[in-house]
Design a protein around this ligand. Structure first.
Ligand code: ADP
Ligand code: ZN
Length: 528
């Protein structure tokens, strides 16, 4: 009834002030809170830092009974409960960190109606014991946080999430709210299906982070480029640098430290004490740079991270968005910077090929990688492409705050260049990688070139019009377009594809963007 809704709205606002100490709702929060408080199911998509927690915490307080929150991260549960207790909310956790006695006490409080919010680990919730416990309690709602973990196509699949479909079966009358920060169309559909939310409304907040400037540069010497980027653009700022391997994390942190930048390593191979200390320093001191594997960042809420840098390509747009999203939560200008090269594509493809996933999983992984490569290669607005991936269509063609908008790259006809590359790969037997192909094209008779007799081929030296750097950029783009592909059997080798023929016959247009020392200069002069 309309009266119930108005009533809910008033009560919501009053709890927002009195318990959370916040002046007003942000974006979609108000609609979500009302919908759930009135007993509805829904799926909420909001970027990291958008304020998802309030969407279930507040309705849980408005409804009778205890709100059950499923969350995969123990550290995150602990932080949230601490915050709630401080605000005077009766909150608790139920996970593997509790002793038997502590767990019994929490269970007793749940049954006696003494709890407002209870955070439960997914693998615990699905046990028969926990389900029957919940059946004896009064439940206000179920909130499934990080709901993309249920998706096998997502970047963060957790098998224990699959069992959560039991919630809808056992508690059909209790409202369910699923929340995630990262979900493309397919993942969203899968979440809705697995959690029986196909008929429920989806509340989607914009994923745009207008204060983040996106920049992707051609990688020729990653560490040196990173040092220059920090010194020129973010001297003294707090930032996160992501690398793929532990060894590279260590090397990069050492190189930055040597350059006078306060940089600390963070990866799963470090002693837990060291890790905790580095994380604490990053959060509490000014101007610390953390060099990390993706293990770092989950649940870290530091508002003034001024830049996130990638020295290696992440594996999907979702991962890229989530990692870069840790910059600029305070809304102030920040930079998402990435250095990327052909070796990144080859390396990621190898990781997919060598994983023991099913064929379908590999295909999806390759598609996700291709989408990120397209973002890295585009000559158009990066923000526009990023948002369109998440199903948004921004009105403006250009955002004015990405490298390509600030300094539009020149694009030229690259048909002949591409033909030379493909011919070279073909003539040398499709068994060689980028370096060798370029040696042959520019006519450099290295030991290896002579060993295979490639200095005798018709393609030897046919590419002297470009230098090595230009060839590398062209080759990377031709691979990104799919006209050449990493061989899944022979690491590093590039072979022709189905579309190569069209290029060789001159039927397929190939546009290449020109490289770009001037781009970096132009962005530098326009920044700040
Ligand atoms: P998410 O889970 O979506 O990453 P959180 O729920 O942790 O985001 O919220 C991120 C930050 O935004 C927190 O510091 C929170 O206090 C703040 N916040 C949430 N809602 C509001 C609001 N309506 N007004 C002001 N700050 C808010
Ligand atoms: Zn742009």
């Amino acid at each position: 009834a309309p009266n119930a809704t108005t009533d809910t709205a008033d009560r919501a606002l009053s709890v927002l002030h009195s318990v959370f100490g916040l002046p007003g709702f942000r974006g979609a929060q108000e609609k979500v809170v009302r919908h759930v408080a009135d007993g509805g199911n829904c799926l909420v998509l909001m970027p990291t830092g958008g304020g998802k927690s309030l969407c279930y915490q507040l309705p849980a307080l408005l409804r009778k009974g205890c709100g059950i929150v499923v969350s995969p991260l123990i550290a995150l549960m602990r932080d949230q409960v601490a915050g709630l207790l401080e605000a005077g909310v009766n909150a608790a956790v139920l996970n593997s960190t509790l002793s038997r006695e502590e767990a019994h006490e929490v269970e007793r409080r749940l049954i006696s109606g003494d709890l407002d919010l209870l955070y439960v680990a997914p693998e615990r919730l699905v046990t028969p014991r926990c389900l029957s416990l919940l059946e004896r309690a009064e439940i206000a709602l179920f909130a499934i946080d990080e709901a993309h973990c249920v998706s096998q196509w997502g970047h963060d699949f957790r098998p224990e999430y699959i069992g959560l479909s039991v919630i809808a079966e056992r508690f059909p009358d209790v409202p369910r709210i699923a929340l995630t920060a990262t979900a493309d169309e397919l993942t969203r559909k899968e979440i809705a299906e697995r959690l029986s939310l196909t008929d429920a409304p989806q509340f989607v907040a914009s994923f745009d982070r207008p204060n983040i400037r996106y920049e992707i540069v051609d990688k020729n010497n990653g560490p040196a480029q990173l040092k220059a980027f920090i010194k020129d653009r973010h001297a003294g700022d707090a930032g996160v640098v992501y690398c793929l391997s532990r060894a590279k994390v260590e090397d990069t942190a050492a190189a930055l430290t040597e350059a006078g930048i306060t940089a600390l390593p963070y990866h799963a191979g470090l002693d837990a004490g060291v890790r905790a200390r580095n994380q604490d320093r990053f959060i509490n001191e000014d101007g610390i740079v953390v060099v990390a594997t993706v293990a770092f960042g989950m649940g870290i809420d530091k508002p003034d991270v001024r830049f996130v840098a990638h020295l290696d390509l992440p594996k999907s747009i979702e991962a890229y968005y989530q990692e870069t999203g840790r910059a600029g939560r305070d809304g102030k200008p920040s930079t998402a910077w990435m250095a990327y090269g052909l070796s990144d594509i080859v390396q990621q493809r190898r990781m997919i090929d060598e994983s023991n996933g099913a064929e379908a999983f590999k295909r999806v992984s390759i598609r996700k990688l291709d989408a990120l490569v397209a973002l890295a290669e585009t000559a158009g607005c990066r923000r526009r492409l990023l948002l369109s991936y998440f199903g948004e269509s921004p009105a403006a063609e250009t955002c004015g705050n990405c490298d390509n908008c600030l300094s539009p790259p020149k694009v030229r006809d690259g048909k002949v260049i591409a033909q030379k590359l493909l011919s070279c790969a073909y003539r040398t037997g499709q068994r060689f990688g980028a370096m060798h192909l370029i040696d042959v094209l520019v006519g450099r008779a290295t030991e290896r070139v002579k060993q295979f007799g490639h200095d005798q081929l018709s393609v030897f030296g046919i590419g002297r019009e470009l230098n090595e750097k230009q060839w590398r950029a062209a080759l990377r783009q031709v691979v990104a377009m799919g006209h050449l592909a990493p061989d899944s059997e022979a690491y590093g080798a590039l072979k022709l594809t189905e579309t190569s023929r069209g290029v060789l016959k001159g039927e397929t247009a190939v546009m290449l963007r020109e490289e770009t020392a001037s781009t970096a200069r132009a962005i530098r002069s326009k920044s700040r």
